[in-house]
Write a protein that binds this ligand. Structure first.
Ligand SMILES: [Zn+2]
Length: 416
């Protein structure tokens, strides 16, 4: 009896020690962005004095946990018996696992991944960045005539681009697609277009390119497309779409989010949730702004796209957008209102505008609203006074002055 009792005690002790030897007691932070270099700290016990063949495993798109090959490629900053620090990779929200010598240990806490910034390589983090692709500071998206010529759709696209420009600093501008081209990446044009042969609701295609200079290979996105299925019952307005309709602005958030480096998340409420129509996204697609997590992830990507040091193959970084509401790039090239606008008086103007040129000079003047519509054009000789159209509403307009030797542009404020 005595012997058996001792034996039973020994087994019990051994069980207790097995359960408590390896376990995850905490993760911090509990809410994180994947793929942008944020540090995740995992605390617990029995992790081993060094990593060896052990690794951390995360839930991913496709509903599986990352395997050993992926886990070994993460950037571990430190590994001790009680604490692991690593750069948070792209992942889906769920409990996390630590695999120690072939055995998985599951956390009790859930890690919420609110946004993911997709990368080419996890360690060190390497992305396909955006550049000054149009040599006007960023990327010009050419809008298909079916969209450009429909005021409601054009407005929806302009509003979404303005949201991204103002919230993330991306230098995206819009111009009309004036020449017919087939919808493929081989055209070298960034195009936003309807597509009758698209098998999904919306799609972002990307063509990356690389340039090697010395020891560095720089990867960048060269061309992208944003295509939208013509078979959908589209709603182009703001707020909640009518039942059964697909909200174009929301789907554009999602696809444009991809174009700005974002991957999917399984967090409800985020634009990068994989399904973009009907439920569950109908529960949150009424918002007409991007989320805080999306803003943070894209801002990081834009900062990298604006500040890289690589200078091969004519590649230069994306430039900051000066006026985030200027979605049609009207202010591109405008240096300073005081210097450039000296030929306009008064500014702000109410009903009349005086254009001052040297007495012998001729020029064509045109006035454009922030939606890219021409609202006035006239020919000027020397100093002349122009009557502003009565229908012109208060706001900022672009004035273009075209002379033989070039074009001058400035902003005009109309206040009545
Ligand atoms: Zn997607």
């Amino acid at each position: 009896m005595q012997r058996i009792h001792y034996a039973a005690t020994a087994i019990l002790l051994s069980l207790v020690s097995t359960v408590s030897a390896q376990q995850i007691t905490g993760i911090a932070p509990k809410q994180i962005i994947g793929g942008k270099g944020e540090v995740l700290t995992i605390t617990g016990s029995g992790f081993g004095g060094s990593r060896g063949s052990s690794y951390v495993s995360f839930f991913r798109e496709g509903n599986t946990y990352t395997d050993a090959t992926t886990g070994n490629a993460f950037n571990y900053l430190s590994w001790s018996n009680t604490e692991i620090k690593l750069e948070m990779p792209v992942a889906f929200s769920n409990k996390i696992k630590v695999n120690i010598n072939g055995t998985d240990y599951l956390s009790t806490d859930t890690l919420k991944v609110k946004a993911n910034l997709g990368y080419r390589q996890a360690n060190p983090l390497l992305y396909d960045l955006l550049t000054d692709n149009n040599k006007k500071g960023g990327v010009t998206w050419l809008v298909h005539p079916v969209y450009w010529n429909n005021p409601e759709i054009k407005q929806a696209i302009a509003d979404v681009v303005q949201e991204f420009r103002c919230k993330t600093g991306v230098n995206y501008i819009l111009e009309p697609l004036t020449q017919w081209v087939p919808l493929n990446l081989g055209q070298g044009k960034h195009i936003i277009a309807p597509d009758s042969s698209l098998g999904v609701v919306g799609f972002n295609d990307r063509l990356w390119a690389s340039c090697i200079l010395g020891a560095e290979t720089f990867y960048h996105n060269q061309t992208q497309l944003l295509r939208f299925n013509t078979q959908q019952n589209w709603y182009y307005g703001k707020g909640q779409p009518p039942a059964g309709a697909a909200k174009f602005r929301y789907v554009l958030f999602h696809e444009m989010g991809h174009s700005l480096g974002l991957g999917h998340v399984n967090e409800w409420g985020e634009s990068m949730y994989p399904t973009v129509t009907l439920l569950p996204s109908d529960n949150w697609c009424k918002r007409d702004t991007i989320t805080a997590a999306e803003q943070k992830a894209i801002k990081h990507y834009i900062s990298l796209s604006q500040n890289f040091a690589f200078r091969g193959c004519g590649i230069t970084p994306m430039k900051p957008n000066i006026d985030c509401k200027d979605v049609f790039g009207l202010s591109v090239g405008v240096e300073s209102l005081a210097q450039e606008g000296a030929w306009l008086f008064p500014n702000p103007a109410s009903n009349q505008l005086q254009v001052k040129l040297p007495a012998s000079e001729h020029a064509a003047i045109s006035l454009w609203d922030t939606r890219g519509r021409k609202v006035l054009s006239a020919n000027i000789h020397g100093t002349e006074t122009i009557n502003l159209p009565a229908a012109l509403s208060d706001g900022i307009y672009m004035v273009r002055l075209s002379k033989d030797h070039g074009t001058q542009t400035t902003r005009l404020i109309v206040q009545r």
